[in-house]
Design a protein around this ligand. Structure first.
Ligand code: SF4
Length: 242
């Protein structure tokens, strides 16, 4: 792979195509950047640092971190034209692979990392609009990215909410109708907060609630569930899984 290309990642939870035995992704359908305030997450809260699953993987696997840093180096100081052309090329390759393997074109933006500046959010907007045959989904903690990316028909956008940024979440909901993905300590607590923010309880993530496996012969958790992929509901996550 060329050094000047962005690198996609495999993720068992979000894969759009899985092996016959239901154990591994066969298409890399997500993209990551290094997480944390020092890298791509200006909206990081202190809660992120305690629960960030992606951040933990970065620490454990050197190869994972290397891919994320590679992507970061290509994008961090790039102008919008360069960003668009890098992201566009990555999605074109992804689509060709989906066609070859007869897989639905579902792409999860940011299994790790976030919209580190507005230029980058606008670059994604351009690329998402160019590829209307792909359904994209993403969670962000960067509130300035929300108005940029809200209401793109083939993007399911969530504001990642926790106790530290829930006022911002409430404001985004009121202003733009933004969908929320709320992470709290227990499902009972998240129900109360979700009702305060949206007037409705929202849906428990069935994977987080241990109702469906991470990956199986039915596909990945997110593709078999579909709630986030197609923006069907506000979602609740529990850090304790209880
Ligand atoms: S609610 Fe469904 S789509 Fe959303 S994270 Fe959980 S399993 Fe994935």
């Amino acid at each position: 792979m060329s050094a000047m290309k962005l690198k996609r990642s495999n993720d068992r939870k979000v894969a759009n195509a899985v092996s016959k035995n239901g154990k591994t992704p066969t298409i890399a359908n997500t993209f990551g950047l290094p997480a944390g305030k020092n890298f791509s997450c200006p909206g990081a809260t202190s809660i992120c640092e305690t629960v960030c699953y992606a951040g933990k993987l970065e620490k454990v696997y050197k190869g994972v971190k290397a891919v994320l840093l590679h992507n970061w180096e290509l994008l961090r100081n790039a102008d919008i034209t360069t960003m668009v052309s890098l992201l566009d090329e990555m999605i074109i390759e992804f689509k060709a692979e989906c066609d070859k393997k007869n897989a639905d074109k579902l792409f999860r933006i940011h299994w790790d990392g976030d919209f580190f500046n507005d230029t980058y959010a606008y670059a994604w907007k351009t690329v998402i609009n160019r590829h209307k045959d792909v359904q994209f989904w993403v969670y962000t903690r960067v509130y300035s990215a929300v108005p940029i990316l809200q209401d793109i028909p083939n993007l399911s956008l969530y504001f990642s909410t926790d106790d530290e940024n829930k006022e911002i979440a409430g404001a985004l909901r009121e202003l733009h109708g933004t969908r929320l993905a709320y992470l709290g300590k227990t499902f009972a607590v998240t129900e109360t907060v979700m009702k305060e923010l949206t007037g409705k309880p929202g849906a428990k993530c069935p994977e987080n609630n241990k109702q469906i496996p991470l990956i199986s012969t039915n596909g990945s958790a997110c593709v078999s569930c579909g709630l986030c992929v197609y923006n069907k509901a506000d979602i609740r996550f529990s850090a304790s899984k209880k």
